[in-house]
Design a protein around this ligand. Structure first.
Ligand SMILES: [Zn+2]
Length: 142
C-alpha cells in the first residue's frame, strides 16, 4: 500500500515520540520493502514506546533477577517487532538486546554476529554474564 504523502508529514508518520520528544524513526526503506501499511506503522510505533518504557525501567533496576526478567520481556518485544515488520520470528536477528541499559556485552562484536546463533557475552554483564547470576545488587549493598 502507498503511504499518503500529503496530509501527514514524514516526521509524524515515521517518528516515535516518547515523553514528548522524537526518540527514533522507523526505517523507511524497510517500510517500503516489507509492504508496511499505516496500520502496521502504528503498531510498530506502539511496540517501540513499550520498549522505551522497558528501557527506562531497566536503566533504574538494581535487582539483577528483575533486570534479567526485564531482558526476557525485551526478547518478547523483539519477536513482536519482527512480526510487525512482517519478518519471520527469529532470535538470531534480534538487535535490541545488546542496546539494553546496563548490558555490558560488546555491542560491535554482537552487531557483526546478527543473523548467526553466536552472541558474545561479557562475564561482567549483569544481564547476560555468568558472574552476576543469582546476585542482587541493591544500592548500598556490597
Ligand atoms: Zn549483556
Amino acid at each position: 500500500m502507498k503511504i499518503p504523502k500529503t496530509k501527514i508529514g514524514k516526521l509524524e508518520l515515521y517518528g516515535v515520540k516518547y515523553k514528548g520528544k522524537w526518540n527514533m524513526f522507523l526505517n523507511t526503506d524497510l517500510v517500503s520493502r516489507q509492504n508496511i501499511t499505516v496500520k502496521d506503522i502504528d503498531l510498530l510505533k506502539k511496540i517501540h514506546v513499550e520498549r522505551l518504557k522497558l528501557f527506562d525501567k531497566m536503566s533504574k533496576e538494581k535487582d539483577v533477577e528483575k533486570l534479567r526478567n526485564q531482558a526476557k520481556e525485551l526478547e518478547k518485544i523483539e519477536f513482536r517487532l519482527q512480526k510487525a515488520w512482517k519478518f519471520e520470528e527469529d532470535s538470531r536477528y534480534h538487535s535490541w538486546w545488546r542496546m539494553a541499559p546496563q548490558c555490558k556485552c560488546p555491542q560491535m562484536d554482537n552487531e557483526d554476529r546478527i543473523g548467526t546463533k553466536d552472541r558474545v557475552h561479557s562475564s561482567e554483564c549483569p544481564i547476560h554474564g555468568k558472574k552476576a547470576e543469582g546476585k542482587v545488587v541493591k544500592k548500598g549493598s556490597k
